[in-house]
Design a protein around this ligand. Structure first.
Ligand SMILES: NC(=O)c1ccc[n+]([C@@H]2O[C@H](COP(=O)([O-])OP(=O)(O)OC[C@H]3O[C@@H](n4cnc5c(N)ncnc54)[C@H](OP(=O)(O)O)[C@@H]3O)[C@@H](O)[C@H]2O)c1
Length: 231
């Protein structure tokens, strides 16, 4: 049975990743900050015994290291860095930026995925698929930025892309792959009700691209349907 580890698994895209991989028979390591209040994830785990709900606040690097030790005997096929925050808030754009929020956003959206990669590299190397996935955003694309704004979120996802591209080049010779996704604009707490895409479609598309992945594609930045995106 293949194994996937997902961060931010309690709601939105992370929860849908859990649903679809569990339905497909995968072992799912579903990580979230507060399992005790993750009611949807807990009821999913009741239906699918191959889902393990694990505590992980990705901002807490000691917790990341402890989880890597706790799972040291578990090969991981696919690790999905999904947890993320938006950071920007209304009325706090250029001229009124909240620098402490920016620092926190960079810790969660950039440093944590890199720390996850460092901590779980041994697990990935022992898995069959050997794939590190990070959920980025088209808002991290500098080439695509024609409207400005969202300085905190855009800069965090651009930095995530830069870090993941370097990690891809570094890990290629160890046969570990890296994919970076824009999930589309999706109806979740972050995406809001006006988003055109349902989580089901976004996750099905990314799962298809993950399934078709080969090492020649490592470091690519893809839309959820597998289309390459500009940096
Ligand atoms: N929805 C979109 O349209 C869209 C578009 C582009 C990119 N994305 C990206 O897709 C990913 C998932 O987004 P979403 O739409 O599903 O957002 P969401 O509904 O707001 O969910 C965010 C998830 O991240 C978790 N999280 C936040 N900080 C965390 C931390 N310190 N430790 C562990 N988990 C943490 C949240 O957990 P709590 O419940 O504990 O807060 C939640 O599970 C994010 O990286 C986001 O940037 C989304």
């Amino acid at each position: 049975m293949a194994t996937v580890l997902i961060t931010g698994a309690n709601r939105g895209l992370g929860l849908e990743f859990c649903k679809q991989y569990a339905t497909d028979g995968w072992q799912v390591l579903a990580c979230c900050r507060l399992p005790q209040v993750a009611s949807e994830l807990l009821s999913l785990a009741e239906r699918f015994p191959q889902i393990s709900v694990l505590t992980l606040d990705v901002e807490d690097f000691t917790q990341i290291e402890q989880l890597a030790v706790q799972l040291q005997d578990t090969p991981i096929d696919v690790l999905i860095n999904n947890a993320g925050v938006y950071g920007d808030s209304a009325g706090q754009g250029f001229g009124q930026l909240d620098y402490s929020t920016w620092t926190k956003t960079l810790a969660i959206n950039v440093q944590a995925p890199v720390k996850m990669a460092e901590a779980f590299l041994p697990h990935l190397k022992r898995g069959d698929k050997k794939l590190l996935v990070s959920i980025s955003s088209l808002m991290g694309s500098i080439a695509d930025n024609s409207s400005g704004g969202s300085i905190i979120y855009r800069s965090s996802k651009a930095a995530l892309n830069a870090a993941m591209k370097s990690i891809a080049l570094e890990l290629k010779e160890q046969a570990v792959g890296v994919l970076i996704f824009h999930p589309g604009w999706v109806k979740t707490d972050m995406g809001g009700d006006n988003a055109p895409l349902e989580t089901v479609q976004s996750i099905a598309g990314m799962r298809q691209a993950i399934s078709a992945f080969s090492l020649e594609q490592t470091g690519h930045f893809l839309k959820y349907d597998g289309t390459p995106l500009p940096w």
